[in-house]
Ligand binder design. Sequence first.
Ligand code: IPT
Length: 985
Amino acid sequence: MPAAENARPTHESVVPPTGVRPARFRPADGATDAATLDLDGTWRFRLFDEAVTGADPADAGESWDAIEVPGHWQLTGAPDAWPYGKPAYTNVLFPIPVDPPRVPRANPTGEYRRTFTVPASWRDGGRVVIRFDGVDSWFEVAVNGRVLAQSHGSRLPTEVDVTDALVDGDNLLAVRVTQWSALTYVEDQDQWWLSGIFRGVTAQHRPAGGIEHVTLHADYDHVTGDGTLRVEVEGERTDAVVRIPELGVETTAGRAVRVPGVEPWSAESPRLYDVVVDTGSEAVTLRAGFRTVAVVDGVFTVNGTAVKLYGVNRHEFEPTRGRAVTPETMLADVLLMKRHHVNAVRTSHYPPHPHFLDLCDEHGLYVMDENDLETHGFEPLGWRGNPTDDPTWEPVLVDRVTRMVRRDAHHPSVVIWSLGNEAGPGRNLAAMSAAIRALDGTRPLHYEGDWASEHVDMYSRMYPTSEEVALIGRGHEGAWPDGAVDARRRTLPFVLCEYAHAMGNGPGGLTDYIDLVDAHPRLMGGFVWEWIDHGIATRTPDGTPFFGYGGDFGEELHDGVFIADGLLLPDRTPSPGLVELAAVYAPVRIRPVGDDLEVLNRYAFTTTAHVRLVWTLVADGLTVASGEVDHVLAPGASVVVSPATVLGDALDPVDPRATVWFVLRALPRDASAAFSGGSLGAGQVLVRGAAALAPATGTPVRTAVGHRVGPVELDASGRLVAIGGTPVRLARADAWRAPTDNDRIRSWYDAIGDDEAWTRAGLSRLHERVDTVRREGDALVVTARTAGAASDCGLDVRYEWRAVDDRTADLVVRLTPSGRWPGSVARLGWLLALEQDDAGDVVVDWAGLGPHESYADSTRAALAGRWQHSVDALQTRYTRPQENGARRGVTTATVGLAAGPLTVAAGAVRVGGRDVPGFELTARPWSDAALAAADHPHELTPDGLLWLHLDAAGHGLGSAACGPGVLPNAALHPTTATLHLRLTA
Ligand code: IPT
C-alpha cells in the first residue's frame, strides 16, 4: 500500500468523515431544478472477509456479482439462501469484542462498483456531487480509481464532490463498505446488524450560483395569526428571490417577511405552502409549514397551544429489505399511523429516510428526530470507555447532530431534536446540545440517557411505572442530588420517550398512562415501543415461510424475540395492540364516568364539527335502538352524555333478561375517511347486566355407562365424555395460559415473572382428579381437584350439572384455590377439548366484546356487539406463538361443530365475589401446551381437537418484558370464581 494511502483515515479511525462536503438540506425528490441522476439499480459487488480487500478502486469488477442498490448485502438473494452472510440480532450487547476503536479483523466488506455518465452540460460549470443517503457502517468512495472520501453515520447523508475526478463518458464509481468500524461503537441500536448501501445514491449537478444550503424559518404567531418567513441561503448567491406563489409573497433571502393570515401547520391540519427559493441558477421548492414550537411554563406547545404527543417509536423495517425501506412502505407507515390515531413519531434511533419526513409534513405527524447515536453496549461494562464521555469522540458526535439538523431542519413535522438513545451520560452531550442550538434555536431538545436533563429541554424517561408518572405529572418526583439541576428539571415538561413495550401479546395498561398524560399539563405524551416487529422473511428447509427473529440465523450471541416487539406484525398486519392503541389515542375520548359517558375533544386545534356522535343500544349483542347526540366540542372541551337522558323509552321493549350496553361512537362525517374501527373514538357503559338464568327443571338420567344431563354425557365417575354427540377428550378447570412474552420476562419492578411463578406452582402441568359424583336434588354434583405435579397448590372444583331439556344443560363451575398460590394466576375457568376435524374452520358466533381480542388491561377497542369468526381467524399469529385471542364479556357463543351447533350462554359469572358481565372465550385448534412450545407460527398444527376456554376471568397483559408488569387494576389473583353456563347442543 502506498504511503499516502496509509495516512488516510480507516474504518478504525475516530474522525468525522473526510473528503466530504458540508451537510446540506435534502430537497424532496423533484424539488430542485438542478439536474440529478439516479444511481440506484444494479451495481457490481464482491464481498471480502476483511476491510483491507486488496480490490483496486480502478477495477470495474466486471466479473463480479450483481447486486441491487439500495439494499443490505445480508438480505440479497432468496430468503433461505442468502449468499452474503446472514442477518444477526443483538439488542444491547455488541456482537464484537468491546475494544474501541478496533474491530475484528474478520470484517465482512463489500466492494461496490458501477459506472455513470455525466451530461456534458454538467461540466460546463458548477460541481458534480455524489450523494449517499445511507450506508452502513463505514465507507470509502473512489471515482475513476481516485479515492476521494471516507464517511460514516449510517443513517446520515454524505456528499462527495467528484468533479475533479470525472472524465468524459463512463466514470467508475467504487465504494468500499465495511460491516464493522469504530463507528459500530456508536451505532448499537436495538436492531438487526445489516450492512451496505441501503439508501439511495444520486449524482447531482450543483450549478454555479446554486443553492448550497437553505435554512427555512416559518414561524406562526398565534396571537396575531401572522406567519413569519425567513429563508437563509448558503452558496455564492445568498440573495435568492423567495416566493410563496399561493400568497403572492415575494422577498429576498436573509429578510424576514410577515405573512398575515396564514393557516398554521399542525399534525391535525398539516397545511403546507410552497416556498420557491430561486438564485437564478437554481430554484428549489420547499414545503413550508408555519408553526412555532415552544416550551411555555413547563408545557410543550405548538402554535401557543398545549399539544400532547400520542406517539410511537418507529424503526425503519421491511421483512425482506431490512432498513432499505421503499417509499411505498414509508407511506404505508404514515397512513397506518394516521388511521390508528397516532400523532407523533420518534424516529428511533436515527434520522429516518428523508422522504419519511416529507410524508410526515404532508400528512401531519409530530416528529422527534433522533440522532444516529447509541452506545448501549457499554452499559453492561458500567459505561467504561463510553464514547459519549470520551473527548476523542466529540468531533464525531457533533458532526452527527450537525448533519441531522442541516438535513432535516426545513421540515415542519420535526418538532424535537433528540441527541440519541441509550448512550449514557457524558461530557459530549453538552457539545452536541450546543451544536444543535447554534444551528437551530426553534426546537426543544431531548435525551433520555442522562436523567439530570441538563443539556435538554424536557425530562425524559422510559418504562417508568404509572405511579411514578403520576408523581412527575404533579411535580412530586424524587429530588435530583444537585439542587440547581433539580430545580431546573422541575421546570421542564416530561415525556415518555418509550413506554408500553408492545412485545408479543400486549401492551397492557395503555389507558393508565394516557389518562395521566391527559390529566397533567406537564406530561407531554409518550411513544410506545415500538411500531413494527422486525421479523425477517425466511423459510424452513422444506420451503415453509416464516418470520425469523434473534437466534434463527445461527448467531453466536442474540436477544431472541426482543426484535419482535411491535404494534404491527412483520407483514404490517395491525396487531390487537395497535387496534387497542387506536382506541386509547382516539381524538374523541369517550369513557364511562359512573353510569354516563364523558366525551372529551382531545384535539388541540380542531372542533368536533366533523364528528357525529352516534349511540347504539346493544342487547345481547344486537342493536335494538340507535340515535345521534348533537354536540360540537371546542378543542379540549368535554360533555357528559347520559344514557338515562338520551334513551328515553328506548329501553322499554328490551328483553329484561338481556345484557345491555350503551355504546357511543365518534364517527367521521366524511364516511370515506379510514380510521381503525371506522371511528374517531368510542366508549361504552353497561346499562344492565344479565338477569339470572331461568331455573333448570329437568332431571339427570342414569345410563348404562354413567349419566346424561340434557345433551351432556358423563361417565360413571362424573367425567364429561360428550356434548350433543361430540366426544370430549378433556374437560377440566384451568388456571394457566401459554405465556406471553410479558409473562415470560420478569418485570423491572417485580422479584419474579408471572410465568416462572405459575410454573413453580405447577399451573403449567395441571391435571384434574375427579373425587366424587352424587345427586343433590335434581343436580348431579361432581367434585374434583385440579393441580400440577410437585406443587401443593390447586383448585377445589365443584361442578353442578342440571338438565333443562333434551338439548340443554346447565353447568355451574365453582373454583376455590387451596394451598399456597403465587400472587397472580393466568386464568380461572373451564377448559374443554372437543374432538373436531378441521377445528380451524369451525365458526364461532358470539355476543360480547369484539371483534378483536381483549384482555383485562387491553379492552378499550373491544365494543359490545355480535361478532363472528372462524376459529382460525380468532387466532393472532404473534411472531412467537403465545396466549392470544381471548374475547371478553361474552354472554352467548355458538360454536358451529360438525355434529351441530353448540351454544354456551352465560348465567352469573362471579370472580372473588364480584359479578362480571359474561365469560371470556378462547377457541383454538391446538392446545396451550403446543402454543407454548412453538417458536414460530408455522410450527403449530391442528391436533384434531377444538380447545375451548370458558373463563370467569383472565390476567391482564402488562408490559413486563420491558417495564412494569400487569398493574393492580388488571391483575387476576387466585380467588374463588363461579361460572354459570347453559349449554345447548
Ligand atoms: C430500550 C431501548 O431504548 C430500545 O431501543 C429497545 O431496545 C427497548 O429498550 C427494548 O425493546 S432500553 C432498555 C434498557 C429499556
